[in-house]
Design a binder for this molecule. Sequence first.
Ligand SMILES: Cc1cc2nc3c(=O)[nH]c(=O)nc-3n(C[C@H](O)[C@H](O)[C@H](O)COP(=O)(O)OP(=O)(O)OC[C@H]3O[C@@H](n4cnc5c(N)ncnc54)[C@H](O)[C@@H]3O)c2cc1C
Ligand code: FES
Length: 352
Amino acid sequence: MTVFPPSGERVFRLVEIDPLSTDVRRVVLDTADGTPFFYREGQFVSIRLPDGVQRSYSPASACRADGRIELHIRLLSGGHFSTWLEGGDRTGSLVTLGGPYGECVWQTSGSAHAPVFMLGTGTGIAPLKALLEHALSIDGQQPITLYWGGRQADDLYLRAHFDALARQHARFRFVPVLAEPAETWQGQRGFVQDAIAAECPSLAQATVYACGSPLMVASARALLVDEHELAPSRFLADAFVPATAPTVSASGRPALTVHAHRNDEAHPLAVTAGGPLMPALAQAGLLAGVCGGQGACGTCRVRVSSPWRERLVPPTRKETRLLHALDSLPGHRLACQIAMTADLDGLQFDCD
Ligand SMILES: Cc1cc2nc3c(=O)[nH]c(=O)nc-3n(C[C@H](O)[C@H](O)[C@H](O)COP(=O)(O)OP(=O)(O)OC[C@H]3O[C@@H](n4cnc5c(N)ncnc54)[C@H](O)[C@@H]3O)c2cc1C
Ligand code: FES
């Protein structure tokens, strides 16, 4: 199934900002032009601040008829978006919203009774909450288990909400998991991926959604697919990859030079060998790269002409699907999926 990415950018107004915990804010956005905004639960949007900086966030509720969007935003000390959000009363501020993006959406195929597991850390609960609202609103018998992980009890800022939901719906189970709990903690300890692995030796029939820390997502994928028989196509994830990942590694790998062309202007850039092409372009402001390089948003599309095009490793199925959804032309590629090898030194391409 293909979930189409950008449906254009829209202006939204921040209408509510409330604390969910000491470092998480619930932010509600409303369309400035009054027309509804549609997304599929589990997808994410990009938000561009008035200064042009863009970050990704995942709606935390099922798509609403009034077009309002609820986000859960964790504040990071020194973070650009976080500092802006806390830098005064932002209610009424206008931001530009792009998307929706991503394929971490409800899967309809599979047996009617096949189990569904959701793994979230921190604000990774936001897209899972939206998915859950959708899943529980449709007829279905699939048992759904949500594992939500944090360091301490305060991190699980919606625990009472999910406890109540579990009491209302017999097919929904909620398992809070703490990595560094107080001695009095009665629940599960450790990490969400280990909790599901301990409980389910085989996930051959299951679908798993994982959202939040990139480390948890990578570790859950490796553990559940390699050791617990989960089909790779039934592991759906959104890793909250920081948009500000460093472009030059500290490992001392050599820098290659690439030539990005935009509006008839050439931009020579240094790119680290072995890494993807995208981060240097995003840092130079030549493209957005809003999903942090997961091949999920398409905002890093570039057009590579011959003879460079033929030197690139052919696109994977996932990249081909997204390029197709974007009505791409021959030579179009996702910069986040281009691994920079020494023979690509001097690479020339156009930024859309
Ligand atoms: C697909 C996707 C969906 C996302 N959805 C959400 C969401 O629903 N809610 C949410 O709160 N965030 C979400 N994020 C993360 C969000 O986009 C930002 O990365 C985050 O809010 C930090 O932005 P900032 O501008 O405040 O900090 P930045 O200016 O980007 O970063 C400041 C510093 O903090 C580091 N940093 C950034 N993120 C993290 C992190 N998670 N943990 C530790 N250090 C970090 C950076 O490397 C940098 O050094 C999502 C990211 C992606 C890719
Ligand atoms: S950064 Fe999102 S697809 Fe490349």
